[in-house]
Design a protein around this ligand. Structure first.
Ligand SMILES: Nc1ncnc2c1ncn2[C@@H]1O[C@H](COP(=O)(O)OP(=O)(O)OP(=O)(O)O)[C@@H](O)[C@H]1O
Ligand SMILES: [Mg+2]
Length: 255
């Protein structure tokens, strides 16, 4: 049983006009096997939270703590965070021209676990995971994300989740732009990872649709750089029906 603990996290981003405060005291605790959904208006800082947890250099933690089983995540390099078991599926995955999916997966797996996966079993594992996610085998030889459709990029993120077996996965709008079939396939991938590895999941989304497939234990409403309200799955339904007015109408809007 592991715990990812975010305490009073303040983060600013470097902009041309200087640092801009985005996160203003985020508190969140995620345990192994738990699924937490974060919902909130555009620009409220959800992706900033994901980037800060991943160690993106543009995002400066100005105060607060992030610990994984007590270990200081903020003191770790990006690589060390991955080795410690953190995984981030980005809202806009980057293209890596010249690096094939097959090479990328094996290199990343080696970097995360500290040893090269055995060729034969690894090949089988990759093939099986790709089949499960309905990813055509030809993708293994294509450059990472280059020319991938939106849905193909998201499936490739879940392929990594299934193969890398992180302790905690942050999925930033993994459902955006997916057709109904792809949404089901991707959700099944997340659920397989949950069932087989007890991964803790932080799911950032705008839609309750994905939450019908991946049931959250907790729903957090993110407004103006912090968690404004917490509840169970019923809170997501309420947000879909009512919107965020009752949170942002109270002077808590972004400047
Ligand atoms: N690199 C950056 N440079 C300038 N501003 C930034 C940068 N990153 C984030 N911001 C600003 O921080 C705020 C929060 O952005 P963020 O992407 O975290 O929001 P979000 O909640 O993920 O929104 P969405 O639901 O639209 O994805 C926005 O006003 C955004 O413009
Ligand atoms: Mg975002």
């Amino acid at each position: 049983m592991s715990t990812l603990e975010i305490r009073d996290l303040h983060v600013s981003v470097d902009t041309k006009e200087g640092p801009k405060q985005i996160l203003r005291g985020v508190d969140l605790t995620i345990g192994s096997g738990e699924t937490h959904a974060i919902m909130g208006p555009n620009g409220s800082g959800k992706s900033t939270l994901a980037s800060a947890l991943a160690g993106h250099p543009k995002y400066q933690v100005t105060s607060g703590t992030v610990t994984l089983d007590g270990a200081d995540v903020l003191a770790m390099s990006v690589d060390e965070r991955a080795r410690a078991g953190l995984f981030l599926a980005m809202q806009y995955p980057v293209e890596v021209p010249g690096v094939s999916v097959a090479n990328f997966l094996r290199t990343a797996k080696t970097a995360i676990t500290g040893e090269a996966p055995k060729l034969r079993t690894w090949g089988k594992e990759v093939k099986g995971a790709m089949e499960n996610l309905r990813i055509d085998s030809a993708f293994a030889e294509r450059s990472v994300n280059e020319g991938f459709s939106g849905g193909e990029k998201k499936r490739h993120e879940i392929l990594q989740l299934e193969l890398f077996k992180p302790r905690f996965a942050i999925l930033d709008e993994t459902d955006s732009g997916l057709d109904v079939d792809a949404l089901r396939v991707v959700s099944e991938g997340v659920n397989r990872a949950k069932a087989s590895t007890d991964v803790g999941v932080l799911l950032i989304t705008h839609y309750t649709r994905i939450l019908r497939y991946i049931t959250p234990d907790f729903v957090h409403v993110f407004v103006d750089g912090r968690v404004a309200e917490e509840g169970g799955p019923e809170l997501a339904e309420r947000l879909e029906a009512e919107g965020y007015d009752r949170f942002v109408g109270t002077g808590a809007t972004m400047a």
